[in-house]
Design a protein. Structure first.
Length: 340
């Protein structure tokens, strides 16, 4: 089969489409014929040699995929059958013609949704859902500050905050991105390049600040984050785009607000032993998302949710897709189409 590959860490120019061995599904695994995958910041970091896949995971890029069931490994429960349209959360291997997936990490593709649209869901939406509900325990009426509001995770988080009857506030770097976040449901948005977002957030919240911050930026935002975090607020860090080194009296300021810092990395969750009675973390996450959120993509309960696709690249143009993400101009997800 063909897959996105690089022989040594470096720039996008190192990427190419390589012929590799097609995987065989193991115990409790499903073989998926991939029609579309999507690009994530983790793929860029892995390509640079800064984010290796977890032990036992595929070293092929791609943390999500959409396609059809092509094979069943031994011990599968019978939930899935050949030809079923599915999407999957992965630890790697999505940007290839086939990938094997533990059956508990598969989700049905919502009705009337294309593979391209579905590929924009698993990593971004499950990350946002996890941060808000499993980590942040968001409550109705709370105010949530979402950094990188026009990213895949950001656009998902805006809609999920609205679904939870809470109030999404975002930061982004251009007026175009702020307009897109407003269309997705953001109650307010601030351009971090030309405004002090902490002052604007305090002004918008009449001085009380936000209850939850979803932060993928890290060190350069810490003082402003604490300035606009409410008493007993939760600051959730899931990325370090500006680095992780902090200079200043972080702990004293955190303590003064009785605030808490949470950190989360979804990809590195261990593939611990799983059973019907004690499913592993990712399986619990996928199950909760499937039951609580997925129906809202199909025109079912209001409000209607919508994945946002920024652009689509064929697999042989994987280097161009990486360059596009590095330019930080995308609004929503960059999707990779996999050749038949």
């Amino acid at each position: 089969m063909f897959a996105a590959y690089f022989d040594c860490p470096g720039g996008p120019e190192n990427l190419y489409m390589k012929e590799v061995m097609k995987p065989d599904p193991g115990e409790g695994e499903i073989l998926v014929k991939v029609s579309a995958s999507a690009l994530n910041r983790a793929d860029l970091l892995q390509r640079r040699g800064k984010y290796p896949p977890p032990k036992g995971a595929s070293d092929i890029l791609g943390l999500e995929a959409a396609g059809s069931v092509a094979g069943l490994g031994p011990g599968c429960s019978g939930r899935w059958k050949i030809g079923d349209a599915v999407m999957a959360l992965l630890s790697g291997g999505g940007q290839a013609q086939y990938v094997t997936v533990p059956e508990g990490l598969l989700m049905p593709i919502p009705k009337d949704m294309t593979f391209t649209q579905a590929a924009a869901i698993p990593e971004a939406w499950l990350t946002a859902f996890q941060l808000l509900h499993f980590v942040g325990k968001v409550q109705e009426g709370e105010r949530v500050l979402i950094h990188a509001g026009a990213s895949g995770v950001g656009m998902a988080a805006i809609q999920l905050v609205r679904l939870a009857k809470a109030i999404p506030i975002v930061t982004a770097g251009t007026q175009e991105k702020l307009e897109a976040t407003a269309k997705a449901g953001a109650a307010a948005g601030f351009n971090y390049k030309i405004e002090d977002f902490s002052e604007k957030v305090l002004e918008f919240t009449q001085g009380s600040g936000v209850d939850i911050i979803l932060d993928c930026v890290g060190s350069s935002y810490w003082e402003k984050n604490l300035s606009c975090l409410n008493t007993d607020g939760r600051w959730i860090i899931y990325g370090l785009l500006s680095g992780g080194e902090v200079h200043g009296d972080l702990l004293a300021r955190l303590l003064s607000k009785r605030a808490s810092i949470h950190t989360s990395l979804l990809r590195s969750r261990d593939k611990e032993a799983s059973s019907v009675f004690f499913p592993q973390y990712k399986e619990r996450l996928v199950r909760a998302f499937t039951e609580e959120v997925l129906p809202h993509f199909s025109g079912g309960p209001s409000p209607r949710l919508q994945p946002l696709v920024d652009s689509v690249y064929p697999l042989h143009a994987i280097a161009e897709a990486h360059r596009a993400m590095e330019e930080n101009k995308n609004i929503g997800k960059i999707v990779i189409e996999i050749p038949v």
